[in-house]
Design a protein around this ligand. Sequence first.
Ligand code: HEM
Length: 431
Amino acid sequence: MTTTTVPVASREDALAVIDPNSYADWDKALDTFDRLRRDTPVVRIDSPDGEFDSFWLLTRYEDAMRVSKDNAHFLNAPRPSVFTSKQGEEFARQITRAQGDESPNLVSSLVALDAPKHPQLRRLTQEWFMPKNLRTIEAAVRELAAKTADRFVAAGPEADFVPLVAAPYPLHVVMQILGVPEEDEPRMLFLTQQMFGGQDEELNKSGLANLSPEQIFQIVTGAVADFEAYFEGLAAQRREHPTTDVATLLANADISARDRAGYYIIVAAAGHDTTSASTAGAMLALARDPEQFAKVKADRSLVPGIVEEAIRWTTPVQHFMRTATEDTQIGDVTIKAGDWLMINYVAANHDPAQFDNPRKFDATREANRHIAFGAGAHQCLGLHLARLEMRLLFEALLDRIDSVELAGEPRRAKSTFVGGLKTLPLRFSAC
Ligand code: HEM
């Protein structure tokens, strides 16, 4: 059935979807998505002050899946693939125009490309990230997990899990893959947090609350330029001294310098803040639920369930955007060619039509087919790596701690894009 009236979100709901602060108040954000999904599952979000172009918000799991999998009719490249203000998009276009390849996305990376270029680039590293190849790095990741867990225990009986474990561990793994030496990791962490945490004044280290879009954009642009310069040097080194890592694959690929830099940047950036958020979320869930902690401690076969549920429950990547190529119907709403859509993974992963009692963390949840890694051609390249890292870390932690509880209120990052805990104060007893 096609309706003639277009569902448009109220000003308050529009702000709740686009304001980074609202994602820091998680339960309230979930309440908003629940109400929108129930009343207007496909709803237009208009800018209350004209700062951004209107887009359609998808809150139902089935719509999120359909759009994600239909890569012929819902593209990543024409408009920003991450929610951006008009001004931000224009800045990106100015910069990329000057580089001779105008794009609304500052970085030419997998998430900003469509076929035929996207599958060509993706194929370069796809095999490397599959479980078979990951077995070649499993022992090294296990060792790192053990060291990280030891460091955590040594800092007890009270410690903040995020800076000690959740942030440095996935960063170290992805930096090893990219061939970044340990001494350069803090710089990479700083740059990624500036790029992804650009909306949170604590994470972008600017010390300025309420940054203007221009200020945020300048911080992000600076971080991208720094990344590019750094990885150009690294590629030159790998061409001279090849190894079996991803850095070598990329250094020797027949692609432009801009595409190569974009590839390094997406793997470096996507590869750790995300896993860090789901790792911290898993620990939060266990700290709040001593019974579930005792269960998984006694039965390690539950660890993969903890990992998968934590990824759904936290949904670290909160959205990606798509652009429709032709008029199409989603539910009761007609989407026009050229319209911009937000696949909201947080809302989709909390859709009661797909998940019973979605706000409950349940390590034994059956058929946990969440969409936290996306779906279709762009589905997360690093999903097997993320699962492996988390499994090995929780095995190491469960070997070392007997009990864990909250030692203070955890705080979430303010971000519309990659979100999660920035502090997780814990009290625990070592075995
Ligand atoms: C829990 C951790 C992670 C989550 C929740 C996550 C989530 C996502 C999501 C939602 C997408 C977009 C999917 C889509 O558009 O359909 C994505 C893409 C991507 N992720 Fe992850 N990710 C995680 C970890 C990682 C890791 C460890 C890596 C690293 C190596 C990685 C690398 C990438 C890359 C390269 C893409 C772009 C793929 C493409 O466009 O073809 N991610 N991820």
